[in-house]
Write a protein that binds this ligand. Structure first.
Ligand code: PMP
Length: 401
């Protein structure tokens, strides 16, 4: 008998499991709105042209070898990533108060940051929004932090529960860590306005709460890299400290290359040097050092103004297609006379729409219409196309009537 005979079957991941179920469905009309990855109007994955160009340059450069990177990754990549999120004129960067480590995409950056905080930060409680990306709870709990939630989404208005958010942060213990989605909150698509961000900032700074930004969608939400980083930059502009986890999965389409960065903004250059030395001790026993290919693609694009511009154009095209899907879906529901107020579809931001459909309605749509999405009613707008909108509208209409 196996020594592992007592191992019980684990459930599928609630998000990635949607694609597993989709792949098993033989129906020709099936639609996968569970996957958090961009698809073209033809439903195909997209490799950006500028990424192909950068890869060509890398392949044709004979000086490139496959040596190990340092523990914190590619130096150029780290510098350029910090500039991308904090702004090229950021005083924190100029004053050498930022330490950046290339990590395994957004998830790995969150995990390394969490492990560092669990070891070296005095308050081991992290507040995450309710709801949030399902992996947050596990990443932070497994790193040794105690995970609590703050109110975020109001199902009544399908918008932000701003009062609840402020109350919960106001009653958090001073020094607690607060996870903030930099933009395009997943799964709700609901972001604070700039003036709400300012109030959040003031409250957090007055209580000494430590911001940990998760930036998985910079540029992908509005189509503008600077606009999508505003929340983070407000918190850096006040001279205070924070962490930021960046992912290039969505905005450069580098999903499987696993490219991301963790930055820690410190009060002084002196502190930043010590923090970096401890980040190395976190990373070394975890995976020694990060992979070279994806980070080289990113660095190649970010340091060349021509490639950088091409990237911003391709990025905006992805963001625009998603925004256009929001309008098409909204208009089609209205044209069909589907009961309910669907204006949240065009108000929400980023890759996802939090439809408000409940678990039973989602199960019905999957069973009768072969439409796949997470059970909380979240649909990926990137998985939708002009061709599939009518089918989705039929399904939603049938589910709510
Ligand atoms: N944070 C959020 C909010 C996300 O939506 C995602 C991607 N689904 C991630 C982090 C991390 O993704 P990755 O590890 O692929 O960069």
């Amino acid at each position: 008998d196996s020594v592992f005979a007592a191992v019980v079957q684990a459930p599928e991941d609630p998000i990635l499991g949607v694609t597993v179920a989709y792949n098993k469905d033989p129906s020709p009309v099936k639609v996968n709105l569970g996957v958090g990855a961009y698809r073209t109007e033809e439903g195909k994955p997209l490799v950006l042209n500028v990424v192909r160009r950068a890869e060509q340059l890398l392949v044709n450069d004979p000086s490139r070898v496959k040596e190990y990177l340092p523990i914190t990754g590619l130096a150029d990549f780290n510098k350029l990533s910090a500039k991308l999120i904090f702004g090229s004129d950021s005083p924190a960067i100029r004053e050498n108060r930022v330490t950046t480590a290339q990590c395994l995409s957004g998830t790995g950056s969150l995990r390394v940051g969490a492990e560092f905080l669990a070891k070296h930060y005095h308050e081991r409680t992290i507040y995450i929004p309710s709801p949030t990306w399902g992996n947050h709870t596990k990443v932070f709990a497994l790193a040794g932090l105690s995970v609590k939630t703050y109110r975020y989404y109001d199902p009544g208005t399908r918008g932000l529960n701003f009062q609840g958010l402020l109350e919960d942060l106001a009653s958090a213990p001073s020094g607690a860590i607060v996870l903030l989605h930099a933009c395009a909150h997943n799964p709700t698509g609901v972001d604070p306005t700039l003036s709400q961000w300012e109030q959040i900032r003031q409250l957090m700074r007055s209580k000494g709460l430590l911001p940990f930004f998760d930036s998985a969608y910079q540029g992908f939400a509005s189509g503008n890299l600077d606009a999508d980083a505003q929340s983070v930059r407000m918190f850096v502009a006040d001279g205070g400290e924070c962490l930021a986890a960046q992912s290039y999965a969505k905005n450069m389409g580098l999903y499987g290359e696993r490219v991301g960065a963790l930055s820690i903004v410190c009060r002084s250059a002196d502190v930043a040097v010590k923090v970096e030395s401890q980040l190395k001790l976190v990373i070394r026993p975890m995976y020694s050092n990060p992979p070279i290919h994806g980070a080289s693609i990113v660095a190649t694009i970010l340091k060349d103004s021509d490639m950088y511009n091409e990237w911003t154009i391709e990025l905006k095209a992805m963001a625009d297609r998603i925004i256009s899907m929001r309008h098409q879906l909204f208009e089609a529901l209205r044209a069909k006379g589907t009961p309910g107020d669907w204006s949240h579809i065009i108000k929400q931001i980023g890759m996802f729409t939090f439809t408000g459909l409940n678990k039973e309605q989602v199960a019905f749509m999957t069973k009768e219409y072969h439409i796949y999405m997470t059970s909380d009613g979240r649909i990926s707008m990137a998985g939708l196309s002009s061709r599939t909108v009518p089918h989705l509208v039929d399904a939603i209409h049938a589910a709510v009537t």
